[in-house]
Design a protein around this ligand. Structure first.
Ligand code: KG4
Ligand code: ZN
Length: 398
């Protein structure tokens, strides 16, 4: 053990819920000693989305070297660990199983406790870990947490009692996640994968008011999903307020309609093949291949999504009496989202926090950090721990 790890409380976090094989060592849930991520972007890019079978195979290939690198970078050995933490769900079943099987076998072999972590709680703890490391903790509870990624768009009322965290799910998407919309729109426009960073980089070059998009369809969708009404119970027993529901599949269709009616398909095809011819295409390459109309469409799409997330999040802050706002998940890396959320938070005089960019997208440091309070309260995983692909977080709001 070296000086950095002398504080002890060392948790090895393992994350394999989607397309990143990740391992990290975090001390006492507050200090990251290593954070290793093996990205599978190159594997899935040619399909324009994650292929589950390929993801599992890549995790199998990567898990051992990634864990060894995390230990080496932290300067610790298996014997130094206090516990092993792993993502239980939600995520792809096969992908989750690789991490869980490895973590179970490892914990057994080194006779250390195993802790299961909900991936969504992990994203929230990415913000808390960042605050702890920068010593910018506000400790303003209850908080409103927006988790917005490629697989999720959720609003949680989060509270803390002692060292324990409690969550109430007060809003979610009724169809696509916001990150999914970024990915699908980028694909539709002949840009790279995953789409979020490409749209983020191109949007500042376009007019965000060029195209107007509306989210009026949420209401209709909510009814279809059985989630209508501010007080009524849905078929699934959920009580979610319509005003906190999201829907991002309509905007994707609206972009497609715009592309068709404005005859953008030939230029999209030119862009797609020009980028495909490059060994490592980057957003800067795409910029030269986009005209003003396309850039306006991209900027307007991003503005619409960011504003919808912002409006509903701040309405939820007011409705729940939250004293701070935590924004996390891959889409929280978006620069326009960060600046517009920060501006509105300043107007409301409410503290807002985001994770560092490296902790916004999937990683294992957030899993190790979320595991720390569970370690302290000896909330260890049962021996029959298995993948929970549809795991949700917290009680449903009532
Ligand atoms: O949290 P994450 O790594 O994986 C999930 O749990 O889904 O999020 C990945 C998602 C992708 O949809 C990706 O396009 C989006 O986050 N993303 C972004 C940005 N960076 C990643 N979306 C918008 N702007 C970004 N800068
Ligand atoms: Zn995630």
């Amino acid at each position: 053990m070296n000086e950095a790890s002398a504080d002890g409380g060392l948790i090895l976090g393992i994350e394999t819920s989607c397309d990143e094989t990740a391992a990290a060592i975090v001390s006492r849930g507050r200090r990251t000693l290593s954070n290793v991520v093996a990205s599978q972007i190159a594997t899935h890019a040619r399909y324009g989305g994650v292929v589950p079978e390929l993801a599992s195979r890549e995790h199998l290939r990567n898990i051992v070297p990634v864990v060894h690198t995390a230990l080496a970078e932290a300067g610790v050995t298996f014997e130094d660990l206090d516990a092993v933490a792993v993502t239980e769900g939600p995520g792809l079943a096969g992908a989750l199983l690789v991490g869980i099987s490895y973590a179970k076998a490892l914990a057994f072999a080194i006779a250390k406790p195993l802790i299961s972590v909900n991936h969504l709680e992990g994203h929230i703890h990415a913000v808390l870990l960042e605050q702890a490391e920068r010593q910018t903790e506000t400790d303003e509870w209850p908080a409103l947490a927006l988790v917005v990624s490629g697989g999720h768009t959720n609003l949680y009322a989060a509270s803390k009692r002692g060292a324990r965290f409690f969550y109430r799910n007060i809003g979610r998407t009724v169809d696509d996640a916001a990150g999914e919309a970024f990915d699908k729109v980028a694909k539709l426009l002949g840009l790279g994968y995953p789409g979020g960073p490409w749209i983020d980089a191109l949007a500042p070059h376009g007019d965000p008011n060029a195209v107007s998009f509306s989210f009026a369809q949420v209401k209709r969708k909510a009814h279809r999903a059985g989630l209508a009404g501010t007080t009524g119970k849905s078929r699934s027993g959920e009580r979610l307020r319509e005003e906190f529901l999201f829907s991002f599949s309509g905007i994707k269709t609206a972009v497609l309609r715009y592309v068709q009616t404005h005859n953008l398909l030939p230029s999209i095809e030119r862009r797609r093949s020009a980028l495909a011819a490059l060994a490592r295409p980057r957003p800067e390459d795409a910029l030269a291949l986009c005209d003003g109309e396309t850039l306006g469409l991209i900027a307007s799409f991003q503005r619409a999504v960011v504003d919808d997330l912002r409006r509903k999040s701040f309405r939820a802050v007011e409705a729940t009496g939250a004293r701070s706002l935590l924004v996390s998940g891959g889409v929280a890396a978006n620069r326009e989202l960060r600046s517009r959320f920060a501006a509105e938070a300043a107007e409301h005089g409410i503290p807002i926090a985001f994770p560092a960019l490296s902790l916004s997208t999937d990683n294992a440091a957030m899993i190790a950090a979320a595991a720390w309070p569970k370690f302290e309260s000896t909330a260890f995983a049962a021996p029959d721990l298995t993948a929970q692909p549809r795991l949700s977080l917290g009680a449903i709001a009532s």
